[in-house]
Ligand binder design. Sequence first.
Ligand code: PXP
Length: 394
Amino acid sequence: MPALLTIDYPGPPPVRPDAVRDTARRLLRLCGQSESEWSILLLDDAAMAELNERYRHKKGPTNVLAFALREGEPFSEAPAAGSPLGDVVVSLDTAAREARQEGITLHRRLAVLLIHGLLHLLGMDHERSDAEAEEMEAAERELLRQLDDDKRREKMIQLAVNVDHVATLRQARGIAEPDPVLAAGICELAGASGIVVHLREDRRHIQDRDVHLLRQTVKTKLNLEMGATEEIIGIALAVKPDMVTLVPEKRQELTTEGGLNVAGQKKKLGRAIERFTSAGIPVSLFIDPDSRQIKAASEVGATFVEIHTGRYCDATSEAERHHEFDLVATAAEEAFEAGLRVNAGHGLNYLTTARVAALGTIEELSIGHAIMARAILVGLDQAVREMLALLPRG
Ligand code: PXP
């Protein structure tokens, strides 16, 4: 039992005990104290005021009090593994007030206060000197960042389906079918967490009409893939998709070939990102698995990067595939560490996807061709039978 939680609050407590225990356990692990034990007591302001008076001779409540079992021992000497560390007491009323002031959730404020308390239990004390106060603040920020990363890694990976190929088939005939808007609805009903379409300058597959209709019909998340040209930026700002993914676009290419050279056009991309961000539209940059591009993406203010998985998927030998996979894995880790949200895609199929999906740093995969190709094959039998059913039988 590494985190003993007691809630002594009049009425239903405004926090979820499981979430508090989970945060407490993670914090112990992040401090290398998985085997140790700390007690957490959550109270109201009246009870906290009593403790504050009794132990600190101060009037009124405070947000957090820590009672270390190894009071006075230096932080550098970590407590022996498995030892009880002490108690941290938090006033939920004060924490809730502070949360409101900062515009954050009570659980988030509580995490910050628990971190503060835990560092006290481990021997840090901001009251000893200015230098130690600074050191403790830095440790708090770092632990909060690590806690966020720890939780992000466990998020379930999601699938966004690219329906461009449905439009490609429609455009090949120049008629109204098949309709990517209907296809998008089917993908969502099947569990896709988002729909991706690429509105190309040459309109070879997705048309303006599709984007406008999808904006009205997509219930999950519409991700508009696009080149950063003035015309398409204007359309995107008018349509307001849930996010945009900026890609390089060449007229002659069959599909997006490489990632964006973010490092080489930071000013231009920075300006485009600024326009989208002020319109409340997060931007993803489609990049090769390359440290330079990740650093640049972070510098120009992107929210997401989408790591290009094409070379990994197209590898023709095991050795090459391993090498390309390592590049994707390292890039995803670097982007994650840089605080970017990480997606990945291009060329992923039924053989190459699982390994990328297992990385833990990637939020969402964007997949089109493999799913549409498979849909034709698994749907063909039924399509033929449905047509046969229309024919008169003798
Ligand atoms: N991500 C981006 C940026 C793309 O350009 C594409 C292709 O449209 C995809 C993902 C999906 O690639 P695929 O169709 O090979 O699954």
